[in-house]
Design a binder for this molecule. Sequence first.
Ligand code: P6P
Length: 327
Amino acid sequence: TAQELALPVGVTLDRFIMASQSAFPYATGELSQLLRDIAIAGKIINREINRAGLVDIAGGNGTENVQGENQQKLDIVANIRFIRALKNGGEVCAILSEEEEDIIYTGNEHGKYVVAMDPLDGSSNIDVNVSIGTIFSIYRRVTPTGSPATMDDFLQGGRKQVAAGYILYGSSTMLVFSTGDGVNGFTLDQSLGEFILSHKNISSPNNGTIFSVNEGNYYSYLPSVQKYLDNCKQRGYSARYIGSLVGDFHRNLLKGGIYLYPSTKKDPKGKLRLLYECYPLAFIAEKSGGKASDGFGAILDIVPTSGHQRSPIYVGSAAMVKESVQP
Ligand code: P6P
């Protein structure tokens, strides 16, 4: 497998992809190219984010996205940049983005893949300089190449993802992804403009003492969730919640912990989106030894019915997720 490849920490993303590619002769290289295209978009968005304080693009621009949320200008910039990178790369025939209700056609009707993405999650944190992230999920299309993609290509279910991951724009910028064989993290070397393998074959601790949840919703949670949170506090666990999913998820992935966004009175189906937030992070969680549940079963086993549907999510260290969803 790619993990057995003698790839030392420090190799570039390109070198890693080429080595992994040779480990999978059947892979014809399109997915490799697609991952490179995502990395390119990440570098461009990283540059825009780092300028956000300097150029007047950080503030809200008055329009609303499909979520009814006030779009930050960087939301729009990130959405445009990702679409352009995937369009130019040629491997992707269609995109489903949090920022747009309908499928975005790239014109690459012979592209074998579709991508569901949240181009910039947690974008309300931009103005206050909190880490934000891009989340992506990749499927091989099921409709015939040469024809326009349909929602069938996006509603295949979490276990049909061929790859998924995120880019975290934090104290450093990291690309973390899996193609189904382990999870690897690459840190952007700004001086080289290269993603460098920094976290090889990430294994998420089976247990942890960090819980990430919006305590402000405590009285709106089910009694079973309240009981779990009470147990965390009685055990003296650390509460860590930065209001930015990718940042909270990534810290818990490395250190052990659980992120919960249960159903609330305001969001009875949960707040987070299944296709481009819950599925990709559940994929990363499971491929690194963790778990992801909607409170009833594995997130990846949820049968999707619409592109922007929401789901409750309990994701992170396996033992913590198991305990958190006990009735
Ligand atoms: P709340 C950001 O809007 C987001 O989608 C996630 O990044 C974050 O974890 C969550 O919502 C925060 O939601 O309701 O706690 O403010």
